[in-house]
Write a protein that binds this ligand. Structure first.
Ligand code: FES
Length: 105
């Protein structure tokens, strides 16, 4: 499984997914620019904000109330916004593409 990160300038970074990682931790471990993950995945910072196209949404758990509340404080929030620390990779996750906001603050 390949996870593609597309930043606001359309630079693409492809990373081989690892089961048990989240889209946030995979990005941080592979030094993908554009995902910070300051709180380490506790839904407490929103610096892992990404955009997940609706066609991929079914491969991940639904947004929790806590995630929803945290995203409210994220700049550049859109309808497809997610916290990438809540997007967990499983054995059967297909190739996924996420887009990143131009800033995490
Ligand atoms: Fe902090 Fe996702 S890493 S909310």
């Amino acid at each position: 499984t390949i996870i593609k990160y597309v930043d606001a300038e359309n630079n693409v970074t492809e990373v081989e997914a690892e089961t048990g990682e989240s889209i946030m931790s995979l990005a941080v471990n592979n030094m993908v620019d554009g995902i910070v993950g300051e709180c380490g995945g506790a839904q407490a910072c929103a610096t892992c904000h990404c955009y997940l196209d609706n066609k991929y949404a079914k491969h991940f758990s639904e947004m929790s109330e806590m995630e929803e509340a945290m995203l409210e404080s994220a700049p550049q929030r859109t309808e497809t916004s997610r916290l990438s620390c809540q997007l967990m990779l499983k054995d059967d996750t297909p190739d996924i593409e996420v887009s990143l906001p131009s800033s995490q603050y």
